[in-house]
Design a protein around this ligand. Structure first.
Ligand SMILES: [Zn+2]
Length: 304
C-alpha cells in the first residue's frame, strides 16, 4: 500500500508525444441520475423509481452510441456492475459497437465509505458481472465520484490484485470538497505496483490544479475555454480525459425541486447544452479508447 506516493516529483514530467499527435480519451460513466446522487444529495423518496431510472439510462446511452457512430469515434464506458446485471442488452450493444467496457464499481457509492474487505468483495463481483455479460476482459476502473483519495489509497493494490490493468479515479486537485489528491501526478503513469493511472484532467492556474474536461466542468465552462484547455494539454503531450454521463444527454432527468440554490446549480447548471458540447468535441478532437492508449503510447514508469 502507498506504493504510488514514491517519487512524486514525477508529477511534473509527462510522456513525450509529438506535437499535434496527442490523442484524447473519451469516457462515459454509465449510471442513473438519482442513484449517482445519493452520496451528495438528500434525494426525497418520491424521486426514486428503478423503472424510470432504467429508461433514463437506456434512452440516453443509446443516444450517446448514435452520436459516436455518426462521428466514427470510439470511447471507454465505465459501467456499474448492477447495470450490467439489470440491462445486459445495453452492455452488449456498447461492446458490439466497438467501444471499451470498463468498471464503475457495483453500485454508485463512494469507495472511501467502505472497508478494504468490502471494496475487494464488491469490485470483484462487479468485474465478474461485466465480463460475464460482455464476454470480454475488463481492464479499467473508475470509482464513483472519483472516490479514491489519500485515505483509501490501498484501493490501488486491490485493483491490481483483481486483475485490472489501469485506473482512472483520481482528480489531482485540492479544490473539491468530496474528492481529489492535490499533489498527485497530472499525466498517465505506471505505479510501482504495476497499475497504470490515468489522472483526470487539470490545468495549473496560480499554483492550483483546476479541473476541466467533464461533468459539471464541461457543462459550466464555455465550450471555447474547454477546447482551448484541451489544445493546451495536448501541446504538452498530455491526453485530455473527457467524461460524460447519460443524464447529460438531457432526456428523462428529474428536476429535484427540494434542492437549495447552490446545490441546484452544481447539479443542473449547463445540463441543457451538454449534448451539443459533446457533439462539437467529437468534431474537434481525435479520441481513442483507454486500452488503445496503453497499447500505443508510453506511460511514465515509477522507479521504486
Ligand atoms: Zn459515476
Amino acid at each position: 500500500m502507498w506504493s504510488f506516493v514514491v517519487n512524486l516529483e514525477l508529477r511534473s514530467r509527462v510522456p513525450m508525444i509529438q506535437d499535434g499527435q496527442t490523442p484524447n480519451l473519451l469516457t462515459f460513466d454509465i449510471e442513473g441520475f438519482i442513484e449517482a446522487s445519493h452520496d451528495s444529495l438528500d434525494v426525497p423518496g418520491d424521486y426514486v423509481s428503478s423503472h424510470r431510472q432504467q429508461e433514463e439510462i437506456e434512452v440516453n446511452t443509446r443516444a450517446i452510441l448514435e452520436l459516436l457512430a455518426a462521428a466514427e469515434q470510439r470511447a471507454t464506458f465505465f459501467v456499474l456492475g448492477r447495470i450490467a446485471r439489470d440491462l445486459p442488452a445495453l452492455v452488449r450493444q456498447i461492446v458490439g459497437a466497438g467501444h471499451e467496457l470498463a468498471c464503475h464499481s457495483l453500485q454508485h457509492r463512494r469507495l472511501y465509505h467502505f472497508t478494504a474487505g468490502e471494496v475487494r468483495s464488491f469490485l470483484s463481483e462487479a468485474k465478474h458481472v461485466l465480463e460475464d455479460v460482455s464476454g470480454q476482459r475488463v481492464q479499467g476502473f473508475r470509482a464513483p465520484d472519483f472516490s479514491i483519495t489519500k485515505t483509501n489509497a490501498w484501493t490501488f493494490d486491490i485493483l491490481r490484485d483483481l486483475g485490472f490493468t489501469y485506473d482512472s479515479s483520481v482528480y489531482p486537485t485540492s479544490l473539491h470538497d468530496a474528492y481529489g489528491i492535490g499533489d498527485f501526478p497530472r499525466a498517465p503513469f505506471r505505479m510501482v505496483n504495476g497499475l497504470v493511472e490515468f489522472p483526470m484532467s487539470t490545468v495549473r492556474i496560480l499554483g492550483a490544479n483546476v479541473p476541466f474536461g467533464g461533468g459539471g466542468y464541461l457543462r459550466v465552462y464555455p465550450l471555447a475555454l474547454t477546447r482551448w484547455l484541451c489544445r493546451h494539454a495536448n501541446r504538452a503531450g498530455v491526453p485530455v480525459i473527457v467524461y460524460f454521463h447519460p443524464s447529460e444527454m438531457g432526456r428523462i432527468v428529474l428536476p429535484i425541486r427540494e434542492l437549495g440554490p447552490v446545490r441546484r446549480f452544481r447539479t443542473y447548471a449547463g445540463m441543457a447544452g451538454a449534448g451539443d458540447k459533446l457533439r462539437v468535441l467529437l468534431r474537434s478532437f481525435h479520441f481513442i479508447r483507454m486500452v488503445d492508449y496503453l497499447d500505443r503510447y508510453p506511460v511514465q514508469e515509477l522507479a521504486a
